[in-house]
Design a protein around this ligand. Structure first.
Ligand code: FPP
Length: 257
């Protein structure tokens, strides 16, 4: 991939453009609505998940083409383990087959794959395949695609606090040295910047235990599109909306301008 120019205006439609010098550095997506999409078509939920993988592919490619540096996808939450076994098995099978199928696509686009979550809870086959693709793409630099798998933000924070308190107990660090950056460095996402834009599809307007710490200043974007229908144009629309917002980070509008 040749890399996106530092400044370019990409025409989204007759009225709107994306300014590539002000792209979100990190987009996170809650891919929701696979089940409802399938139900609307009189099909099984598995059909929705299968078509969800096509939307994953299109979104990853669109982000890479635009020049988004970090994309994080909520693919399986800690709570998703409570779904029927047959659905969990389908999702795990889809993950393995997508990873196998897309390794070359990732490399062709110079995309590095990463994963966050309690990866040890994943079936061996998934864990093994994941580790292979992560190793295979580790030197890629154009974009980092992070899959949140068996991920829960509260669990991530509990683990971080446990690790930090152990370090204090063993005199490795002092309690005075605990600050935001130290906590950040104990999260699964330690190598990623804060999320700038979080997108949730399917009309639900909640965060569902996803990146609670990391979205402190993120812009929230909700769309009623069901995930399997999510296209490149829908992604562009979310970015256009993001670029219209004034991000003040607690300052006044005058200070920003
Ligand atoms: C939410 O829809 C979606 C999921 C729990 C899984 C997301 C998985 C994929 C898109 C496929 C595999 C992913 C990758 C990265 C290859 P839902 O089942 O909750 O839908 P519903 O709310 O309509 O029931």
């Amino acid at each position: 991939m040749g890399g996106t120019p530092v400044f370019a205006l990409i025409k989204v439609n007759l009225k709107e453009t994306i300014n590539t010098s002000r792209l979100p550095k990190h987009i996170a997506i809650i891919m929701d609505g696979n089940g409802r999409w399938a139900k609307q078509k009189g099909m099984l939920r598995a059909f929705g998940h299968k078509n969800g993988t096509k939307a994953v592919r299109e979104t990853v490619e669109a982000c890479a083409e635009l020049g988004i540096k970090n994309l994080t996808l909520y693919a399986f939450s800690t709570e998703n383990w409570n779904r029927p076994k047959i659905e969990i098995d389908t999702l795990m099978r889809l993950l393995v087959s997508s990873l196998k199928k897309e390794t070359t696509t990732l490399s062709d686009h110079n995309i590095k794959l990463a994963a966050i979550g309690n990866l040890n809870a994943l079936p061996n086959k998934v864990h093994r395949e994941l580790k292979e693709v992560i190793a295979h793409t580790k030197d890629n630099t154009h974009m980092t695609l992070t899959l949140a798998l068996s991920y829960g933000s509260r669990e991530e924070l509990v683990n971080a606090f446990k690790e930090i308190s152990n370090k204090v107990k063993n005199n490795i660090i002092s309690s005075e040295s605990i600050d935001e950056s130290l906590i950040n460095n104990h999260l699964y996402t330690r190598n990623l910047p804060d999320v700038d834009l979080i997108i949730r599809t399917s009309g639900e307007q909640r965060i569902s235990n996803f990146l609670l710490w990391q979205i402190a200043y993120a812009e929230l974007y909700f769309t009623s599109i069901l995930w399997p229908d999510f296209t490149k144009e829908n992604l562009y629309q979310a970015i256009v909306e993001y670029q219209k917002r004034e991000r003040r980070f607690g300052k006044t509008s005058e200070q920003i301008n």
